[in-house]
Each structure stands twice: as structure tokens, then as C-alpha cells.
Unconditional design. Structure first.
Length: 184
């Protein structure tokens, strides 16, 4: 069962697929996924790291050395470290967020799960995440892994994307709908 066809269509998807195959062959999927989660968190928290990965003016060699230092500080696994070196050499560090998302989707599919992208106005507690996973599991009929992000502009509520479905219960959307209804 190959569920990677759509992922492999994009450049970042091809990189993610290559990393996934390396991790699978080395039986390191969990380690690579954990390293990518650490890297994703670091990218969301550090403007300097985002600047490093997104700046095309930084040379290949310098980008490689810088990302290797970051990987060492973050304690990433060797497979991920080598992969980041390849990305730096190929000037693809700017694609890291998309590569991480695609890798997570591949790992979830490998485990028989679906991946849901969940955006909330505020960080969710562990209990809220567990309740959300349970509700999504009941809705789709199988285990669901969640990819959490925070967007304060939502004001409240959640936006959940599962495959081609989107559930938007954010206050921002509700207010926009109300404003549109009052105009018309």
C-alpha cells in the first residue's frame, strides 16, 4: 500500500520521502521523527534559526556549518544531521517546514494513522490534545496524530485539517461570517 503518491509530487515531499526511506531502512523512524519535532519547535521559537534557513545569501558551506552546530545543540539524531547537511548543500533549508510536515504524514501513514493539522488560538494542554485525538479518532474511524500550531489571530476555537476536510470553529471565522451576514 503506497500512500505517498501525493507527497512525492512536491520537491519537499521527495526530500521527505528520501529521509523516510533512510529512516525506515535504519529502523530509526521514531528517532528521526523526534529530531524533526525538536527542529520544528526550534524553528517556531527562534527568529535567528528561521533567518538562517530562509536566507539565500548564506553560502552552502556556511549554512552547512551553522545547521550542524544547531543540530549538535538540539541533540538531533545522526540521520537527521546528515540530512540537514544535504539540504544545506542543495540550498533547500528553506523547505524544512514542508519537509517536516511531509515526513510526519509519511510516518503516520506507516503507523496506520491519519494526520490532522490543528491550529488553535492558544497552546493546548495535554488533556485537551488527548480529548481532541479521541474525538478525531471517532470521526475518522482510525488513530489520528496531531500537528499542533498556534495562531493568536483565531481569537479562540480551532481549525482542524484532516486530508481534504477542514473544520473551522474559530471565533475569527464566526465573526467574519456574522459580519458578512449583517451586510447582506
Amino acid at each position: 500500500m503506497d500512500s505517498t503518491g501525493g507527497i512525492q509530487a512536491s520537491l519537499s515531499g521527495r526530500y521527505a520521502s528520501a529521509l523516510f526511506e533512510l529512516a525506515r531502512d535504519a529502523k530509526q523512524i521514531d528517532a528521526v521523527e523526534a529530531s524533526l519535532a525538536t527542529l520544528r519547535q526550534a524553528l517556531s521559537e527562534s527568529a535567528d534559526l528561521r533567518a538562517l534557513t530562509g536566507n539565500p545569501a548564506i553560502g552552502r558551506s556556511d549554512a552547512g556549518k551553522a545547521i550542524a552546530s544547531v543540530a549538535s545543540v538540539l541533540g538531533l539524531d545522526p540521520t537527521t544531521v546528515k540530512f540537514l547537511g544535504v539540504l544545506a548543500e542543495n540550498r533547500r533549508l528553506r523547505d524544512l517546514p514542508a519537509i517536516i510536515r511531509a515526513f510526519r504524514a509519511l510516518a503516520a501513514a506507516h503507523r496506520g494513522e491519519m494526520t490532522a493539522e490543528v491550529t488553535s488560538a492558544h497552546p493546548l494542554t495535554d488533556t485537551q490534545v488527548a480529548d481532541l485525538k479521541q474525538a478525531l479518532r471517532q470521526r475518522v474511524g482510525r488513530d489520528v496524530s496531531v500537528d499542533l500550531s498556534v495562531d493568536p489571530s483565531l481569537l479562540g476555537g480551532l481549525v482542524v485539517k484532516i486530508g481534504s476536510q477542514m473544520i473551522d470553529s474559530s471565533i475569527r471565522t464566526r465573526l467574519n461570517t456574522l459580519a458578512h451576514a449583517m451586510k447582506g
